[in-house]
Design a protein around this ligand. Structure first.
Ligand SMILES: [Zn+2]
Length: 333
């Protein structure tokens, strides 16, 4: 392990186990952001998956570690705390997008360790075959669906004179995955219509990528998981005009009320992107709370329509002391 990482891990551990750390975290809530829980840790280790995916072993390791150092509570417990606070800091888990693996891989572990969570759904995807471009394009280029679909997508990119990823034939797996990560990050700037066209050139997977409403209700009825909206189409809200913005928020809110028994009064911005106009619209649609992606801890002050979260990657799930280092940095006055 690199010396810098070791220092971070040790400082993080010292922080959580010191009176300074405990005092700073007293009465504070930490909200964590996850996306996917894959069925295999090695797959989640690759750089192009690391940020959005954790493996089952790393996820379970994280849950055990969290239970040791925090009270694992439902999100609303942090946002609307009751008077009976324990000494320990609180943590709430959130998952973005509504991936199907949340039901298959995350939920059994949440149940096993009795850790509550909130899942934020991009509602157009739920119960449909609509796909997230990042996953479809990324995994097709990675070759997860075979060589033929990979070549087809590369030829399509060439035919429309779009740059194709270089060095994807590198023999070093990590380097190849890192190249793909940078390529995918570059695609973020593309027009959403273009990304949709590229996604259409990728093969259909055997399973839908997203949850269906039956799975949503089954998890909800366990009492351990609650759900909220994460956009309808996952469009970046700050890029929409007023009419489309209003429509996107209402459509996702209505879908939540149709599909769930008790949706959360919390909105979750796709990509975390929000500005004053977006926050006003969210409040106008009766959401008192919304989650962003700025890191920090929540103490009941600050803008409830731009709540901070700490992202969890496969690397941090494997080494949660790195997370306490980031919490330590975020908790410093
Ligand atoms: Zn998202």
């Amino acid at each position: 392990m690199a010396i810098k990482q070791l220092i971070k891990r040790t400082s993080g551990w010292l922080y959580l186990n010191s009176s300074v750390g405990r005092n700073q975290l007293h009465g504070a809530g930490v909200i964590l952001m996850l996306h996917r829980v894959l069925s295999n840790d090695r797959a989640a280790d690759l750089p192009h998956r690391n940020e959005l995916c954790v493996g089952p072993k790393a996820f379970e390791h994280l849950l055990v570690w969290l239970r040791k150092h925090f009270d694992c509570v439902p999100l609303m417990e942090i946002l609307q705390p009751n008077a009976l606070r324990t000494e320990r800091p609180q943590v709430a888990l959130t998952f973005d997008d509504g991936w199907r693996d949340n039901a298959a891989n995350a939920f059994p572990l949440l149940q096993k360790h009795q850790v509550p969570a909130s899942i934020f759904l991009s509602t157009d995807f739920i119960g449909s075959r609509q796909r997230f471009w990042w996953e479809s394009i990324g995994e097709t280029l990675w070759g997860s669906h075979g060589e033929k679909p990979r070549m087809h997508l590369i030829e399509y990119l060439q035919s429309i004179h779009h740059p194709v990823p270089v060095l994807l034939d590198d023999i070093d797996v990590d380097r190849r995955s890192l190249t793909l990560l940078h390529y995918l990050q570059g695609l973020k700037a593309l027009d959403p219509m273009m990304l949709e066209r590229l996604t259409d050139e990728c093969p259909q997977e055997s399973q839908p990528q997203a949850l269906d409403w039956h799975q949503v209700r089954a998890m909800e009825s366990s009492g351990l998981v609650r759900f909220g909206p994460h956009g309808a189409s996952h469009a970046i809200l700050t890029g929409l005009d007023d009419v489309r913005l209003g429509e996107e928020i209402s459509r996702s809110r209505d879908a939540m009320f149709n599909g769930c028994n008790r949706p959360l009064p919390v909105y979750c911005y796709p990509n975390g992107d929000n500005d004053e106009r977006v926050r006003e619209q969210i409040a106008h649609h009766d959401f008192p709370f919304a989650l962003g992606t700025g890191s920090g801890i929540y103490r009941g002050t600050g803008d409830p329509l731009n709540l901070p979260r700490f992202g969890v990657s496969q690397r941090t799930a494997r080494n949660p002391e790195l997370l306490s280092w980031r919490i330590y940095r975020g908790a410093r006055p």
